[in-house]
Ligand binder design. Sequence first.
Ligand SMILES: Nc1ncnc2c1ncn2[C@@H]1O[C@H](COP(=O)(O)OP(=O)(O)OP(=O)(O)O)[C@@H](O)[C@H]1O
Ligand SMILES: [Mg+2]
Length: 260
Amino acid sequence: MTVIAVTGKGGTGKTILSALLTHFISQTTSKVLAVDADPDSNLPDALGVAELVEKTLGEVRETFQVSRDEMGTANKEQWLEGRIYGEAICECDNYDLIVMGRPEGEGCYCYANSLLRGVLRKLMRHYEYIIIDSEAGLEHFSRKTIDSADYIVVVTDMSKKGLATAKRIKELSEELDLKFKDIFLVGNRITSKEAEETIRKFADEIGMKVLDFLPFDEKIAELDLKGEPVVNLPESSEYYQKARKIAEMFIELHAKSTTK
Ligand SMILES: Nc1ncnc2c1ncn2[C@@H]1O[C@H](COP(=O)(O)OP(=O)(O)OP(=O)(O)O)[C@@H](O)[C@H]1O
Ligand SMILES: [Mg+2]
C-alpha cells in the first residue's frame, strides 16, 4: 500500500493535482482509494463524481453517535463498518472515493473516533494506493490523521506564503516524527523561470525535493468555470502531461516498494 498525501497552503492547487493523480494511477490498477480530507470538500467535483457520493464519513459518524446507545448488544464496530462500506465508500469508475466531511460536533467522540480509526485502518489495507487531498494548512499533521502517509506532496504557488507553509509542513512533519518515506514540493501556476529558480533554491535550503513545476493552464480555469471535472483536461495540456509524469513516478516508487 502506498499512501500519498497532497497538502500545502489554501488554494495552491492540491485538489486539482489529487484528482489527476487519482485519474492516472487508477488507469493502472483498480485498487485506488481517493480520500477527500478537506471539510470544504471538492475532490468529487474535480473528479466529476459528486453525484455518486451518498454520505460523508462524518455523517456516518453522526448517525453512529446518536444511535449507538440504542444499539444494545449489537456489535458497534460491525455496524460502523457496514455503514462505511455501504454508504460512505463510493465506487467510481476505476477507483473508490471516501469523503471525510465535517469534523465532529459537540460532545465526546472519542469512542466513535477510535472505532472509526480501526475500521479505516482495516479498509485501507484493501488498496494499493491511497491518495489524500488534505485540507489547507497543517491540521492533519497535528491531529495525526495522516500519520501513515508514505509520501507527502506539498503544493506551492509563487507566493511567499505558499513557501512558508511548505517550510512549516516540513518542520512539523519532523517534529511529529511522521514515518513517511519522502516529502516533495510541487510548484503550481508557475509562469517564469525566475520563479522556478527561487522555488528550487528554497527547496534546497529546507531539504525538500522539487518534483516538478506545473504551469498556469487556462483550460483548468475554463473547466472550473463551466463546472466540469478537471480530469477532462485535453491530453495536449502541459499540466496534464506533467501531472501524468508525477503519477508515473509514484507508480514506480510503489512497484519498487512491493518488489523489495
Ligand atoms: N495550474 C493551474 N492553472 C490554472 N488554474 C489553476 C491551476 N491550478 C489550480 N487552479 C485553479 O485554482 C483554484 C484552486 O485550485 P484547487 O482547488 O486545486 O486548490 P486547493 O489547494 O485544493 O484549494 P483549497 O485549499 O481551497 O482546497 C481552482 O479554481 C483551480 O481551478
Ligand atoms: Mg482543495
